[in-house]
Design a binder for this molecule. Structure first.
Ligand code: NAD
Length: 476
């Protein structure tokens, strides 16, 4: 492949680690840095700190070859031409992004700088961060000619991160100097030229030699804004369909049919039109808040984003009320919960809506048995097991003798349960599905009372299916 670039990636979390292995995969020499010694030890010894499809294969392929791990930023960046900063940017108390990790890394880079390098913001940061990084480095005595700061926001999704990285819809590079732009072009050349996709060993996906991803060169500020605006827009789409789902519930219509009809319009598109219990995770909640804060700071009212947040918060409460409507009272009820991660396919539980719902139910006196295919260990750190909360290793163990089963994450396995087994495992055949994984008619025909989001509830009778009607709701 084309000329390899020497790269350091600072921060080896969900983004940094995936970026590092993928940079190695497309031919570059990479050192992945983290100040968490345990994580680096684990990675050096063949361990994998996060659940992400294809990450084990890629790590096995490149560890000790094109990919090295280090806790020593100075040594790791010594030979690097580009330093990608992929540390966390959590939400601060004011709603703004807490940039202290980025600040700390910028100072450390400045103290280690030995020749010209491009410092690349991979973390999601508010507009103008590049200027602060530049100033921080200059304050440490480094000449402007010895470095550039660029922005290369990351759009990968947890659960499909490796494929998203290697087959991106677009690569955004914000650079205010031609030298920095050229280096970043070289970094992504194996993808943008299509070269990577011709290799026998390449991971298949939506891009190919004939249809490589485009690279969009912008100003650094525009690139910073593209990331915040994209995440805020996607969160808005989710809140929009959740609000529509609430109207569908009131009108006894199916939000799935409505979303299908909307999504077939190319101007709207079908993605992110899945009603549920609201968005969560380490990105959307904090990025919407940070974008709103940025707008405020710049004197722009962006009240739409307040509404996006409000609908999202309400969606969890509505689900909780739905559980109440199925169970009547809470105290002493035993519930099965499937799904703790903020979505299927990941072990990430940051800002998971499942936790908010579990906490509300525990507060009301329920006992819960919870199962998640990958997120149990992280969940135990957030919400330790107790008399009222047990973590189990199997969905049917969670369901055993439970008064109802709640589906809170969209793991594909949860949509393929053995319904007959589930029926006799539960104490009462009640399923309250926050992710719309089942067909209501099928659930009713299998003997379940089934409540989902934005679709008519169905109640089983042994003799057949009884749909909720507006009249029935009024009687209840
Ligand atoms: P993370 O918490 O998983 O990883 C951050 C890593 O940085 C941790 O391993 C931490 O130990 C390390 N770190 C912190 N300070 C350091 C320092 N001074 N030196 C070296 N390492 C340090 O975070 P993440 O989910 O990978 O997110 C990173 C950034 O990428 C955030 O800005 C996030 O908004 C953005 N992002 C995340 C996703 C996602 O799906 N997680 C997607 C796109 C963008």
């Amino acid at each position: 492949m084309s000329e390899p670039v020497s790269i350091a990636v600072v921060g080896s979390g969900y983004v940094g680690l995936v970026a590092a292995v993928c940079f190695a995969e497309i031919g570059h020499n990479v050192v992945c840095v983290d100040n968490d010694e345990r994580k680096i030890d684990l990675l050096r010894n063949g361990g994998i700190p996060i659940h992400e499809d294809f990450l084990p294969e890629l790590l096995a392929r490149h560890r000790n070859g094109k990919l090295k791990f280090s806790t020593d930023l100075k040594a790791a960046t010594h030979d690097a031409q580009a330093i990608f900063v992929a540390v966390g940017t959590p939400q601060s108390a004011s709603g703004n992004a807490d940039l202290s990790y980025v600040d700390a890394v910028a100072s450390e880079i400045a103290r280690s700088l030995n020749n010209y390098k491009v410092i690349v913001e991979k973390s999601t940061v508010p507009v103008y961060t590049n200027e602060w990084v530049r100033r921080t480095i200059e304050r440490n005595g480094i000449q402007r000619s010895e470095f550039d700061v660029a922005s290369n926001p990351e759009f990968l999704r947890e659960g499909t991160a490796v494929i998203d990285f290697l087959h991106p819809d677009r690569i955004v590079v914000g650079a205010d100097s031609p030298r920095a732009a050229e280096l970043l072009r070289a970094v992504y050349y194996p993808l943008t030229s299509g070269e990577y996709y011709t290799l026998d060993t390449s991971f298949p996906g939506s891009k190919s030699k004939e249809n490589p991803p485009p690279i969009l060169l912008t100003s650094t500020k525009a690139a910073e804004l593209i990331k915040h605006a994209s995440n805020a827009f996607l969160a808005m789409k989710i809140s929009f369909i959740n609000a529509v789902a609430n109207i569908c519930e009131a009108a006894d219509a199916s939000v799935q049919e409505v979303a299908l009809g909307m999504g077939l319009d190319k101007r709207i598109g079908s993605q992110f039109l899945r009603a549920g219990i609201g968005y969560g995770g380490s990105c959307f909640p904090k990025d919407v808040a940070a974008f709103r804060y940025v707008a405020e700071q710049l004197g722009v009212e962006f009240n739409l984003l307040k509404e996006v947040e409000e609908i999202n918060a309400q969606q969890k409460i509505r689900f909780f009320q739905k559980v109440r409507s199925a169970l009547w009272t809470f105290r002493g009820k035993r519930l099965a919960v499937l799904g703790l991660a903020f979505k299927g396919g990941t072990d990430d539980v940051r800002e998971s809506p499942a936790f908010d719902i579990i906490k509300m139910l525990l507060h009301e006196g329920c006992t819960i048995r919870a199962y998640d295919p990958a997120a149990t260990d992280r969940s135990k750190e957030m919400l330790p097991p107790s008399k009222s909360l047990e973590y189990v290793d199997d969905p049917y163990a969670a369901a055993s003798d439970a008064d109802a089963l709640l589906i809170l994450s969209d793991w594909s396995d949860f949509g393929q349960l053995d319904l007959d087994k589930l029926h006799y495992t539960l104490r009462y055949p009640i399923v309250i599905d926050g992710r719309n994984l089942y067909d209501p008619d099928e659930m009713a025909s299998k003997g379940f009372t089934y409540l989902s989001v934005g679709r008519p509830s169905v109640h089983s009778t042994r003799d057949g299916v009884m749909q909720d009607s507006a009249q029935r709701k009024r009687i209840v």
